[in-house]
Design a protein around this ligand. Sequence first.
Ligand code: DGY
Length: 326
Amino acid sequence: MSKPRLLVARAVFPETLARLEQHFEVEHNQADAAWSKQDLIARLRGKAGAFTTGTERIDAEVLAACPELKVCANMAVGYNNFDVPAMTAKGVLATNTPDVLTETTADFGFALLMATARRIAESEHYLRAGKWTKWSYDMFAGAEVHGSTLGILGMGRIGQGIARRGAHGFGMNVIYHNRSWLSPDLEAACRARYVSKDELLMTADHVVLVLPYSAESHHTIGAAELAKMKPTATLVNIARGGIVDDAALAQALRDKRIAAAGLDVFEGEPKVHPDLLTVPNVVLTPHIASATVPTRRAMADLAADNLIGFLVNGKPLTPLNPEVLT
Ligand code: DGY
C-alpha cells in the first residue's frame, strides 16, 4: 500500500524528518525557504497531512485549494495561524502541542520579567559599548521583583507556571485576570487572586501577558490600558504579537508612561516596529520562549505523533477539533 503524502512546511530536526519518512511520502523544506501562500498551496495540493509551525496560515482559501488535506499538525501550542472553524467545516483535523512546553515557556516568561525589571539588556549594551567608567549609586537601578505584585493576564497552563514561580520562588503577591476563574485548588496552588482587568493594570508592578490571540484579544493592551498602569510598572508579552499595540507601547516607553517592557512576540513579526528598536527601556527577543533543545524536540515529537496517530492509527493525541473524528 502506498504511504500517505505529507508536507513538512518548515525545517525540522533531521530525526523528526526521518521518523516521518518511515510512515509518509514526505515533501520537506529543510532549506527553510520562505514560501508565499501560493507556494504553500502548490505544495500542499494532493497531500493528506501537513506539519506546520505558527508561520503557516491554514485558512478557507488554502482548504478550498487542497481538498485532499485531512490533518494539519502545528508544532506550537498557539494555533492562531489555523482557521479552526473553517478546518472543522471541511473535516480537516487540527492539532497543537500543549503541555510539553509549559514549564520552559514559564521559565522564559520569568527570565524576561527579570531582565526587564532589572534592566539587564540595557546595562549589558552599556558595558559592551565601553561606557562603564565608574560605579554609581543609581546606575541601572530598576524595579524590585521579590515581594512585588505580579499581574498575569491569561491564566492557562503557562500563566499558572509563571504564577507559581512568582509566588513560591519570589514571594510575589500574584493577581490574575482571565476569561474564567481558576478552581479554588488551582488558585491555592498558584497563590493567585482573581481581579478585574482594570484592577490588575492599576495595581500590578509587573504585568505578564499569556493570553491566546484572537479577534477579541487584539490590542488588549493599547494606549488606554498603558495609561492605567503604574509609571514604575513593567510589561512582558510572551503571548502573541497583536495582543499589544506596539506603536502605542513604544510611545509609552519613550514617554516613560511605564518603566520598561520585555517582548518576545510582535505585531507582524519577524518585522519589529521601528520605534521599539530605538527605545532603550525594552528587552526584545525573537519569539524564543519555548526554545530549549529538549522542549523543541518534544514539540516536534508531539506534532509527528499527532500525524502518525491520526493518518496511520486513526488516533491523534492532542486534537483541537475532535468533532471531525466522529
Ligand atoms: C507556541 O508554541 O505557540 C510558541 O509561541 C511557539 O510558536
